[in-house]
Design a protein around this ligand. Structure first.
Ligand code: ADP
Length: 435
């Protein structure tokens, strides 16, 4: 029966009782009293049922009271809703426990903080990696317990597009990588991983490349010196020796360039943010210097400078920036025809100071573009060997861009030409613009 049908039934019972009471009352001459008695019986009956329901509401964990009629139906419904909610809550709790268990067993540290930075939950690995204790630290501000400056500024800046890798100042030094995901209303899930071993392997690789390159320098200088001396007296040598010696000179020169680039690359890689030179660099001056040098080395080529900014000053390392821009311009010259111009443009674009090097040369097919900045990656071996390239130029550009918090963007069309753009955040220039 539908709930409203019950109400009609209840009304029907009341009317029937009133009718019966008036009949009995008429027989004994007490109609009014009989009607009042029935109404009072009804009202007290309802109040008594109401009291039992309220008692149950006060103790929802107890069994609901028995009831008949409309009260029985209401209690059954309420009990069914209560049971349904209890089941849903226990299912939800089960899911939460399951997720917490899986997070707890993670080797990575995992913790949840609310929008104010207070710890909601953390797992055992977070305890090991960050020294947190759960549940003792629940509700405490994370940054008052974990005092690594880099971690604090990363968390406060709230730009979590890239993970943060930082080294701890305890002994032995550990390298931690942190990834943060925001959800809900400012809540954050923080995953912390110990990457000490990875960093050490990378460090060993860098040291190895640096040391080998360094060791190769002396023998190469000696060989190149002797070859040059022999070639300077080529008129006294048997003619069959001259060509091999010229080739030796050419290859030695190539190896020297390669070793120089490798050493430079490992120096840029090895320079930590703290040790990096931070000086005022005027990109207009830097580009003009490069154009002057390259115009002397490539007298037949036209290199244009388009300066669309009033002030192209920024903070950075002049030598690193010089080598990056120089590599881009040299590439533009190498991979384009003698008669086609190369342009360098300085402009402001969307809160960034842009330096763009464009050529109208060979261009690069789309599939090569994502891999261009890998060491020794060459689109076409014949292209770069003809130009004497080491395959390290764009790797150097990428590292210089990273060390200056800049983005390197590459646009190219096969057969039409390429544009390499370095985008420096404008905040870098403002320091000096305001000075
Ligand atoms: P390389 O010393 O070989 O020039 P780079 O790292 O400077 O090494 O460049 C990697 C590869 O990218 C080059 O071998 C070349 O094929 C391609 N490349 C770089 N710049 C240009 C350009 N401006 N036009 C066409 N191809 C280019």
């Amino acid at each position: 029966m539908r709930a409203v049908g019950r109400w009609y039934k209840e009304l029907q019972t009341l009317l029937l009782l009133l009718l019966l009471a008036s009949g009995v009352g008429w027989m004994v001459g007490l109609v009014q009293e009989a009607l009042i008695a029935v109404l009072l019986f009804f009202v007290f009956g309802y109040l008594w049922q109401l009291r039992r329901v309220l008692q149950w509401i006060d103790h929802p964990e107890s069994e609901p009271p028995e009831g008949s009629g409309i009260w029985g139906m209401m209690l059954d419904q309420m009990y069914a809703i209560q049971r349904h909610n209890r089941d849903a809550r226990s299912r939800l709790q089960h899911t939460v426990d399951y997720l917490r268990d899986s997070f707890r067993s993670l080797r990575d540290g995992a913790l949840l903080i609310d929008q104010k930075g207070a710890i909601e939950w953390s797992n055992g690995s977070a305890e090991r990696l960050l020294g947190l204790r759960y549940p003792q630290d629940k509700g405490q501000n994370l940054l008052s317990l974990v005092r690594y400056p880099q971690f604090a500024s990363y968390l406060l800046l709230a730009d979590y597009a890239e993970p943060l890798t930082f080294s701890t100042n305890d002994f032995p030094i550990r390298h931690l990588q942190v990834e943060v995901s925001s959800f809900g209303i400012g809540d954050r899930l923080i995953l912390v991983r110990d990457v000490t071993q990875l960093v050490q392997v990378e460090q060993t690789r860098q040291d190895f490349v640096g040391n080998v390159s360094h060791e190769l320098r002396t023998p190469l200088t000696v060989i190149s010196g002797y070859v040059d001396t022999l070639l300077s007296q080529s008129d006294k040598l048997p003619p069959t020796f001259v060509k091999p010696l010229e080739q030796m000179a050419q290859q030695t020169q190539r190896m020297e360039t390669l070793v120089r680039d490798l050493l430079w690359l490992s120096k840029i890689e090895a320079t930590t943010t703290k040790k990096r030179v931070r000086e005022q660099v005027d990109l207009t001056v830097l580009v003009k210097e490069i154009i002057d040098e390259l115009s002397a080395a490539f007298p037949s080529r036209r290199i244009e400078l388009n300066c669309r900014v009033k002030d192209a000053r920024m903070t950075g390392d002049y030598r690193e920036l010089f080598s990056a821009v120089n590599n881009l311009v040299v590439n533009a010259l190498k991979y384009s025809n003698e008669d086609s111009p190369v342009s360098v443009t300085l402009a402001n674009h969307e809160n960034a100071l842009e330096l763009e090097v464009c050529d109208q040369g060979l261009g690069i097919a789309e599939e090569h573009i994502p891999r261009l900045t890998e060491r020794f990656y060459r689109v076409d071996e014949s292209r770069s060997f003809a130009g004497g390239g080491t395959g390290l130029g764009l790797a150097i550009v990428k590292h210089v861009a990273a060390s200056h918090d800049a983005q390197l963007k590459i646009r190219s069309e096969l057969g039409k030409g390429s544009c390499f753009t370095l985008q420096f955040k404008t905040a870098d220039t403002s320091e000096f613009n305001n000075a």
